[in-house]
Design a protein around this ligand. Structure first.
Ligand code: NAD
Length: 509
């Protein structure tokens, strides 16, 4: 462990990051110690609203991955041995400690990611709820007994993998770093989180909070790029379990990397989620709901669940479109710290360019730009894009097929139910599918026929706690937010004990 002393630094994020404050050069947390990268390299953290430097985080690489895995294994044995009741208690303490810093954590994510303050407040609450949910489930990792004859006892037990690597994306920085670690911790694993390199600050803040609640080394945060440190962690032979949330191409790369070591991998990937709007709904209300389901006010439309592919019945399409334009036009875009604003900038410059690229391609391919499409007036700095609507979209256009991951909606129309199901299913992705209707038969029929891991009929995004979430097709492998997620951090062992014959000198009757 001596190499952990390399470039040992201790710069806190909590209480230190803010506009107008000096940049914070943060440490990452490996094995309960605060360190920089062995290489000394750093990544800039830019406020996407002001384009100013908030600070830097270590740019970890392969040597840091080796140290993190070693430290996690050193901590894991005692964590597992302490039993689920004590682990659950500590997780509840962690949720409570997060609650004490809720406002500061929300603001940190606003500054680092550009997401609106209301959305980030909701993220912190959601993270706490998820941690408490898995604390409550911690005792459910029990096995089953198998009926057998009197000469044998046969049963299964679920054991933690030991070390779990959690790689998360940039869009819900704190919520994912914390909530998505809870199940693996509850099951008795040490967890290493690799946050998105563009929004790592709040994961480090989480490690600062966890320091006073969890035993050292049980929870580590390793910062750096995916290609440098992410891949080194995935391909490490002593990382038996990887849970990834991010894009489809990275999911594919992780599967390839983990193949060498037969790593157990689950994937939560991208979506191009269809929303089928039926003719029996009120088009004005449906338009309001279709804006809300884009998650613009939560994460500027940078959401895996955004309903960016809308199929609207042609009879109500004109009224729906006009209401949609009204609703999108009402959204106030600006500094996400300001509660009066519904939306802020995109998280970083390269992503801003990527989203603008999707917009220009849609125009080139002949879609009608009905609203937005560029930087809002008066906002000369920051990675802003107006809420954008394309109409006259056809299924072949890229804007109807590719995930944009921003505040950009594509509107297509339909007239035949079978046809719209086929069109909605004609995508390699299958994260969510969404239906607006008041007709129960249509609701059931569509819910059965749409190819997605999660189908919302009305009320998109309102997920009851414990309802399994995870994509079909190229949108993922495995389920989260549910018992299935907890169980996925354990491996099942079957034990059959053949009872020895009674000893000849046995004294009993
Ligand atoms: P991304 O795939 O670019 O990166 C995600 C994470 O993977 C980051 O931490 C990154 O550093 C890391 N990474 C990149 N290359 C890697 C490699 N070769 N090995 C190991 N790690 C690597 O995704 P992003 O741009 O940060 O996030 C947006 C994507 O995430 C979208 O596609 C979105 O739909 C998806 N997403 C899915 C869900 C879900 O629940 N299904 C939730 C949120 C986001």
């Amino acid at each position: 462990m001596s190499a952990l002393g390399t470039d040992l630094v201790q710069t806190r994020v909590l209480g230190a990051v803010g506009r107008g404050k000096p940049p914070v050069h943060a440490s990452m947390s490996i094995g309960g110690r605060w360190v920089g990268a062995v290489s000394g390299a750093r990544i800039d953290c830019i406020d996407p609203t002001t384009e100013e430097l908030l600070g830097t985080v270590p740019a970890g690489g392969p040597p840091d991955a080796v140290l993190a895995v070693q430290a996690a294994w050193e901590a894991q044995g005692a964590w597992r041995a302490m039993g689920w009741t004590r682990r659950a208690g500590m997780l509840r303490d962690l949720a409570a400690a997060i609650g004490e810093h809720a406002e500061e954590l929300a603001l940190l994510d606003v500054l680092d990611s550009g997401n609106p303050i209301a959305g980030m407040r909701a993220d912190i609450q959601s993270a706490m709820a998820e941690i408490n949910y898995f604390a409550g489930l911690a005792g459910q990792t029990h096995g089953v007994s198998t009926p057998t004859d009197a000469a044998r006892v046969s049963f299964t037990q679920r054991e933690p993998y030991g070390v779990v690597l959690r790689i998360v994306p940039f869009n819900h920085p704190f919520k994912f770093a914390s909530g998505k670690s809870a199940a693996a911790l509850a099951a008795g694993n040490a967890v290493i989180v690799k946050p998105g390199e563009e929004t790592s600050m709040s994961a480090i803040a989480l490690a600062e909070i966890a320091e006073s609640v969890l035993p050292p080394g049980v929870f580590s945060v390793v910062t750096g790029t995916g290609v440098e440190v992410g891949d080194a962690l995935v391909s490490h032979p002593d990382v038996p379990r990887v849970a990834f949330t991010g894009s489809v191409p990275t999911g594919r790369a992780i599967l390839r990397s983990g193949a060498e070591t037969f790593t157990h991998i689950t994937l939560e990937l991208g979506g191009k989620n269809p929303l089928v709007v039926c003719p029996d709904v009120d088009p004005r209300q449906a338009a309001v709901d279709a804006v809300s389901t884009m998650n613009i006010a939560r994460s500027n439309g940078q959401s895996c669940g955004s309903t960016s592919r809308m199929y609207v019945h042609e009879r109500i399409a004109p009224a729906f479109t006009s209401a949609l334009v009204d609703r999108l036009g009402e959204l106030s875009v600006g500094d996400p710290v300001d509660e009066a604003n519904d939306a802020g900038p995109l998280a970083f410059s390269a992503h801003h360019q990527r989203v603008l690229g999707h917009i220009s391609r849609a125009i080139d391919e002949g879609a009608t730009l009905t609203l937005g499409g560029s930087r809002p007036e008066g906002l000369d700095r920051g990675f802003f894009v107006q809420p954008t609507l394309f109409t006259d979209v056809t299924d072949e256009m890229a804007i109807a097929r590719d995930e944009v991951f921003g505040p950009v909606q594509a509107l297509l129309t339909w007239s035949d139910l079978d046809d719209v199901v086929a069109r909605a299913n004609n995508s390699p992705m299958g994260l969510t599918a969404n239906v607006f209707t008041r007709d129960l038969q249509v609701a059931h029929d569509l819910a059965n026929r749409l190819e997605a891991g999660y189908v919302y009929v009305n009320g998109t995004g309102r997920r009851p706690p414990g309802s399994p979430f995870g994509g079909w097709k190229h949108s993922g492998m495995g389920k989260e937010n549910s018992f299935e997620e907890l169980a996925s951090y354990t491996r099942e062992k079957t034990i059959t004990i053949t009872l020895p014959p009674r000893a000849p000198d046995w004294a009993g009757s």
